[in-house]
Design a protein. Structure first.
Ligand code: WT7
Length: 642
């Protein structure tokens, strides 16, 4: 059975695209009619990109969890909502039907209430990939508390920063998390974070690894104990939320300062994640969907939890890592759970590809119908490997481009409906109006590319709002305006560069700002520099990205060190440890080069373009260096050792 808003043909894609552009109110009202509302909207869309102020479905009342759960119970109550695959292959998988997931969520929602969490309060969630993470997220949404999930790889300092910024009154965590053959002591990290933080009043701990933990009286409680205190008659009803009430905050890196809290709201986000989930994958009722992302990132929010559940789909959630117990793990999961849609990141594909095809021996993979990638540009080699060896040339591959800020996918081919073009994200979703501009904000015109075809290149912006876009950055609306809406008047600036071909296909070429994309993880160069500069004896540092075969980009740090002399490699390790502590292991540099100075303009600005070229291995063509304060430093850096 297809969905009323499902795009079933190329002609329909074009018709829907036109309809959504010409009359967004009518188009999105039609889509929204397929959801359950306590009260319908007074107005579909109101907006300006100058403040900015964006409102979708103003006046409507709803609870997103009633759309993800309650409304499916009658017909799909016994259908698996979540299939959970544990890290350890000896442990049985768990299936939660819609009925079971619903029951758990209303029960845990009551736990939150009993622990004094109420509508509008912020709750941080720092857990491994277990069903209780999904339960915690949806229980927050049930009572109108604003969740902020923190990826399990972030450090105590990062948690403290986020909790302080969000002024969270409660954090939900686990004793530990299984990851490959390691146990990560999550509760101990939270304890560390709470040493320097005083807004949190409650810590709810789920026992996953049975690692010994210290429980602080009055502050820390066990998940199971709290659940057991509740009887079925206690359950409160779902909170009636305004369409534009915040649903969650998710912190993400920018080109300056500390990560900012991207805010998504209830109705628009719900419509956008459901609409895009169904259409990009061409989801059919009964399909089993496996998104390999972590719920600590937006991909997990939108395409493990909200989009699939609102569509009544079956979503596979995997606790472990692709290489444990061996590099065939994804393929085993696909066969075991008869996965139809696989959604993963190019970095995972490149890493699995590097082991050759031997790990694919004996794997069937015939259940697969659709493949997807997300998070970074996919190179043609990885695309073809995916197509040949995983999809066996019979599964469409969707290359989905989007961002934490966009809530869901904006540019992609639609599986089996619109054509794929390797390494191109291709066409915008209905409702999305991209534009490519030059430095001055003028729309760029096509230039003949090397092959002779007409290609436009420049910075990617979006001209009008779509339902899933961010509304603000938590506690700092001005930061949202400056970051996304001030570079070019009346446009949302994505921070990405892009090409556009004569057929209207887009190819994303990567960030044009100081944001790095390391294995699909977004990290700001300024954040890494600040962390390095915290190390004793470091005078200054500059961080740039460079092309990396597996990770897409690697981190290259140039460091001026004037401290106590020691072995360079030990010093590198110490600096890496400082970064792990400040941010998390994901931000450790791949290369650290000690230098005596950095290339700076007379006004003191670091010329990153020169450092980027050196990091890429370029020695000859470093561009104009005459404006530098001290041009000699360039030769020294170029000839230096890593
Ligand atoms: C940045 C956003 C989208 C959810 C996961 C990442 C890059 C994302 C693609 C793609 C080329 C991509 C962009 C974007 N990116 N998808 N299909 N092709 N680049 O979300 O952490 O907010 O990062 O990831 O550079 O700006 P995020």
């Amino acid at each position: 059975m297809s969905y009323p808003f499902q795009i079933n043909s190329l002609a329909q894609y074009h018709a829907d695209y036109k309809a959504a552009a010409e009359n967004p109110d009518a188009f999105w009202a039609n889509v929204a009619d397929n959801f359950c509302w306590r009260k319908k909207w007074d107005k579909v869309l109101g907006w300006n990109f100058t403040e900015p102020k964006i409102e979708w479905f103003a006046g409507a009342k709803l609870n997103i969890t009633e759309n993800c759960l309650d409304r499916h119970l009658e017909k799909l109550g016994d259908k698996p909502a979540i299939i959970w695959e544990p890290n350890n292959v000896d442990e049985p998988a768990r299936t939660l039907t819609y009925k079971e997931l619903h029951a758990q969520i209303i029960q845990f929602a009551q736990v939150l209430k009993n622990n004094n969490v109420n509508r509008g309060d912020r709750v941080c969630i720092y857990m491994g990939m277990i069903p209780e993470l999904t339960i915690a997220v949806l229980a927050c949404a049930r009572i109108g508390a604003i969740h902020s999930v923190i990826f399990g790889g972030f450090s105590a300092q990062s948690i403290a920063d986020r909790m302080q910024d969000a002024k969270a009154s409660c954090i939900i965590t686990c004793d530990g998390a299984f990851r490959g053959n390691k146990i990560i002591d999550l509760k101990a990290v939270v304890d560390d974070a709470l040493l320097q933080e005083n807004v949190v009043q409650k810590v709810i701990v789920f026992a996953r690894t049975k690692t010994p933990v210290i429980m602080m009286d009055g502050r820390d409680v066990w998940w199971d104990d709290e659940m057991n205190k509740i009887s079925i008659t206690d359950f409160t009803v779902a909170e009636e939320m305004d369409a534009e009430d915040p649903l969650f905050i998710l912190y993400t890196s920018g080109s300056t300062g500390k990560p900012k809290g991207v805010v998504h709201t209830c109705a628009g986000y719900m419509i956008w994640t459901t609409y895009t989930f169904v259409n990009m994958f061409n989801y059919q009722q009964g399909d089993v969907h496996f998104c390999t992302a972590d719920i600590g990132w937006i991909t997990g929010h939108s395409y493990i939890i909200y989009g699939p559940l609102a569509a009544g789909a079956t979503s596979v959630m995997f606790e472990g890592i692709p290489t444990f117990p061996d590099v065939g793990r994804f393929w085993d999961i696909i066969d075991k759970h008869q996965v139809n849609i696989l959604y993963t990141a190019p970095t995972a594909l490149r890493s699995l590809m590097s082991f050759g095809n031997e790990p694919l021996q004996g794997k069937n993979l015939s259940s697969l119908k659709t493949l997807g990638t997300v998070g970074e540009p996919i190179n043609e080699e990885a695309w073809h490997w995916y197509d040949d060896n995983i999809g066996k040339n019979k599964c469409p591959i969707v290359d989905t481009w989007w961002q934490t800020e966009t809530g869901g996918c904006l540019i992609t081919n639609l599986a089996g409906i619109t054509p794929a073009k390797p390494s191109w994200a291709t066409l915008p979703m209905p409702g999305v109006q991209p534009i490519i501009v030059d430095e001055k904000g003028e729309e760029t015109s096509p230039n003949p590319s090397e092959g002779g075809a007409l290609v436009t290149s420049g910075n990617l912006c979006i001209k009008a709002p779509w339902p899933g876009m961010l509304r603000t950055t938590w506690g700092d609306h001005e930061r949202c305006r400056v970051n996304y809406f001030a570079t070019y008047p009346n446009l949302y600036f994505t921070g990405d560069g892009a090409l556009k071909d004569a057929e209207g296909n887009y190819r994303i070429t990567g960030r044009v700002d100081d944001v790095l994309n390391i294995s699909g993880h977004r990290i700001g160069t300024a954040e890494v520099e600040n962390a390095i500069n915290m190390h004793n004896g470091v005078i200054e540092s500059a961080v740039v990205g460079y092309p990396h075969d597996i990770k897409g980009q690697g981190i290259y740090a140039f460091v001026i060190y004037n401290g106590e002399q020691m072995d360079d490699n030990i010093l590198r390790q110490n600096i890496a440890a400082t970064i792990s502590k400040a941010i998390g292991a994901i931000a450790k540099p791949d290369k650290i080069q000690f230098v005596s100075g950095l290339p700076k303009t007379r006004s003191g600005k670091i010329m990153r373009r020169i450092l980027r070229k050196i990091a890429e291995g370029e020695t000859e063509n470093l561009g104009d260096i005459t404006t530098l304060l001290d041009p000699d430093v360039v030769a020294e850096i170029r000839d230096g050792k890593v």
